[in-house]
Design a protein around this ligand. Structure first.
Ligand SMILES: Cc1ncnc2c1ncn2[C@@H]1O[C@H](/C=C/CNC(=O)c2cc(-c3ccc(F)cc3)cc(O)c2O)C[C@H]1O
Ligand SMILES: [Mg+2]
Length: 214
């Protein structure tokens, strides 16, 4: 049977990256996507912006919406302090299976909890099932029409506290207009746009960083 793109991406990680070395996993995926097949990872250019937000925030609890192959999961988890936790949600079992292996290859299983399911179903269960009060950082990179409803849901479930940071990928391409309008107009957020490019291309894209003001 034919392999899928995520499976070929995983093959490139196993072939070219060193077990237990997250940076080599990130490099192997970026090389695969530049030289072989484009894939919708946040990528190296936007990835550096993601890295700077994580290192500045030094978060203890992180939520990622949309694991895909685990590229940004590895980037974030590799920068977390010892007892910090990253919960990442993915509803496609095939993507989840690949991501688990990518995360394991990077040696980051202990910092990452990959939960299979839809964000809309899992977010309301965070506090009871996953023993999380609030998230210091949320990375939004799932279906673009889910950014706004899930943000409202996180507010309603009390998962954001004063200072919590939402970092959203693709606010230009493919674009998340309703989300962008909401966080930029709402008095409860202080938003900032980081201009960049769509992963592995020259097309404009960017990340929106929104601090929850409580
Ligand atoms: C609601 C929900 N719950 C859990 N997992 C969810 C979910 N919605 C999607 N997911 C999972 O996240 C992943 C989806 C991500 C969606 N990302 C995208 O559609 C996406 C698309 C592009 C793009 C840009 C220009 C082009 F010409 C073509 C594509 C670039 C990106 O960086 C992207 O993140 C995989 C999916 O199973
Ligand atoms: Mg994206």
């Amino acid at each position: 049977t034919q392999s899928t793109r995520p499976q070929r991406l995983l093959g490139a990680v196993k072939k070219n990256a060193t077990r237990g070395d997250p940076r080599s996993v990130v490099k192997a995926i970026d090389q695969f996507c530049r030289q072989k097949e484009w894939a919708m990872n946040v990528g190296d250019e936007k990835g550096c912006i993601l890295d700077s937000v994580v290192s500045e925030l030094n978060p203890a609890t992180v939520l990622e919406l949309g694991t895909y192959c685990g590229y940004s999961t590895v980037r974030i988890a590799s920068m977390l302090p010892p007892h910090a936790k990253l919960i990442t949600l993915e509803f496609n079992p095939d993507y989840a299976a690949v991501a688990r292996q990518v995360i394991a290859w990077a040696g980051l299983e202990d910092k990452v909890q990959l939960v299979e399911g839809a964000s809309g179903d899992l977010i309301p269960k965070m506090s009871e099932q996953f023993e999380v009060e609030t998230f210091d950082l949320v990375f939004l990179d799932h279906w673009k029409d889910r950014y706004l409803p899930d943000t409202k849901l996180m507010e309603e479930c009390g998962l954001l506290k004063k200072g919590s940071v939402l970092l959203a990928d693709n606010v230009i391409c493919p674009g998340t207009p309703e989300y962008l309008e909401y966080v930029r107009a709402s008095p409860r957020y202080e938003s900032q746009y980081f201009r960049s490019h769509l992963e592995y291309t020259k097309v404009e894209d960017g990340l929106e960083k929104s601090v929850f003001l409580g």
